[in-house]
Design a protein around this ligand. Structure first.
Ligand SMILES: *Cc1c(COP(=O)(O)O)cnc(C)c1O
Length: 496
């Protein structure tokens, strides 16, 4: 039986990979999950001799079972090319404490590029395979990084339009500049008067609005998603965890079979879920350390089994993690509940109606003992940037710093000496102000963009092209709307 996808809320909604990618979010509001997690069919030794592209192909072919080899290789090779500023695609940087897996060498200097540089190819291939004639409208809510990475991936891709909603006051200056200067006739960017959770809820509501979907269909359009609720976003992320293990082995940093820990700065729970899938496939991973900022709803969940979003929302220096409703957790919940759609529906309804749900702590420990949750305060995050810089001259961004501090605290507390990979999710150049403040080199008279010259001198790294590009770019997107106007804004863009 070949692997297919089912909705976490309805196991009768069974789809091929390509149809699950096109659909994005299931019509019942659920997320598509693979019917099984396939085992790697190559040994780590074999994988350690492969290029990133080769590893990515060998991971994705096991999940995207209705793609031909030619189709999938085309997607992989078109995505992971010279758009990345290093042939390694995601290099590992070793310090005394950990290996930082730099996932920010793509076009928009955040880890979202790892999946969003391939998603447009997966999407257009899926449309072709299924004889879809409609134009695909990618609706995206962003906490800052997904938006730009999706815009860059889909700009001027024939047969697609992309509409991005970002929280007007909830992203960094550079994140905002990156989005509002985006070129491409098929791109639309909107700031909302609200936070990321409101943007995401608004987008999900549109996906599930039957009337709206009918209107689109009559106009020759259909929605899909570039958020990590799309399985086409999630699976490409599994590849880099497999690849990082293979690389550690190739570099003789670990013995074959030696377990490693992975620490991930978490928001919507996509990145760490990919690490979990990598483990399920057979990558020797022990602990999965889920790092949060002050919006530490996941820390509490892994400690107590209670997921409670009724709490103050904090704007932090790691804005891409300012999230209280972590969508992808639904996929893990489905698994914890023994792949039960009924139980998942029940819990998700509780979250919607009461703002919380509970999994018995003993069930949590029994089914996913590898997860460990902790968080870093704003002071700890800044202190971590300073500490890593002072110790090694290495400058990390604010999100990576959250993970780095949580990893440090975990090691101190448990004495666990297992070698650890930290997902380094953004370039420090994307969060220049907070990073420079942390290492005591801020200059309030300079704009965030101009401050990058100083960062370059301090970090002894080149300013990435992504920053150079926005220095003199024209602002092309000025739309701002209220949360309740999102749907009308979409209809207006599409001329419906
Ligand atoms: C999106 C993002 C995160 C959170 O990743 P999730 O997959 O949503 O958990 C962390 N750091 C950065 C820089 C991001 O852009």
């Amino acid at each position: 039986m070949s692997l297919k996808y089912v909705s976490t809320r309805n196991k009768n909604d069974v789809r091929t990979a390509s149809l699950a990618i096109l659909q994005g979010l299931a019509p019942d509001g659920g997320l598509y999950v693979p019917t099984e997690i396939p085992a790697l069919d190559k040994s780590m030794k074999e994988l350690s001799e492969m290029s990133y592209q080769e590893i990515a192909y060998n991971v994705m072919k096991l999940f995207f079972t209705d793609f031909t080899e030619e189709e999938l290789r085309h997607c992989v090779n078109s995505a992971y090319d010279s758009k990345f500023d290093t042939p390694l695609i995601c290099p590992l940087v070793k310090t005394d404490m950990a290996y930082y897996l730099e996932l920010f060498h793509g076009k928009t200097i955040a880890f979202k590029d790892m999946a969003l540089s391939i998603l447009p190819y997966l999407m257009t291939t899926s449309a072709r395979k299924n004889n879809i004639k409609n134009d695909i409208v990618i609706l995206t809510a962003t906490s800052g990084d997904t938006g730009k990475a999706a815009l860059a991936g889909f700009a001027d891709v024939p047969g697609t339009k992309i509409i991005v909603f970002y929280p007007k006051d909830g992203v960094s200056e550079i994140q905002k500049m990156q989005m509002v200067t985006q070129k491409g006739d098929n791109t639309f960017v909107v700031g909302i008067n609200g936070n990321f959770d409101e943007a995401q809820t608004g987008v999900k509501r549109m996906f599930n609005d039957k009337e709206l979907n009918d209107t689109l269909s009559k106009g020759g359009y259909q929605f899909s998603s570039a958020n990590s609720i799309n399985i086409g976003r999630l699976i490409p992320q599994v590849a880099y965890y497999v690849a990082s293990y293979a690389r550690l082995l190739a570099n003789k940093e670990i013995e074959d079979g030696e377990k490693i820990n992975v620490t991930v700065p978490t928001g919507n729970f996509g990145n760490i879920l990919a690490a979990y899938y990598a483990k399920q496939m057979g990558t020797p991973i022990d602990k999965l350390i889920c790092a949060s900022n002050m919006n530490n709803v996941l820390t509490d969940f892994f400690r107590t089994g209670v997921y409670n979003r009724k709490r103050d929302f904090h704007l932090t220096m790691s804005p891409s993690m300012d999230i209280l409703i972590s969508s992808n957790l639904e996929r893990l919940i489905y698994h914890i509940e023994g792949d039960s759609a009924e139980k998942t529906v029940m819990l998700m309804n509780e979250l919607k109606d009461d703002g919380e749900y509970e999994i018995k702590p003993e069930d949590l420990r029994a089914s996913v003992p590898e997860f460990y949750g902790d968080f870093a305060s704003e002071d700890e995050t800044a202190d971590e940037i300073r500490t890593v810089y002072n110790d090694c001259g290495y400058v990390i961004d604010t999100h990576t710093a959250v993970a780095s501090r949580v990893c440090r605290k975990y090691k101190d507390k448990t004495g666990d000496k297992t070698k650890t990979v930290i997902a380094s999710t953004a370039s420090p150049y994307k969060f220049t102000r907070s990073v420079m403040k942390a290492i005591g080199c801020d200059d309030p008279s300079l704009s965030d963009i101009d401050l990058t010259d100083k960062l370059s001198a301090v970090a002894k790294t080149d300013i990435p092209d992504a920053i150079k590009e926005i220095k003199n770019a024209e602002i092309r997107h000025k739309t701002i709307c209220e949360v309740n106007e999102m749907q009308n804004t979409v209809l207006k863009f599409l001329g419906l």
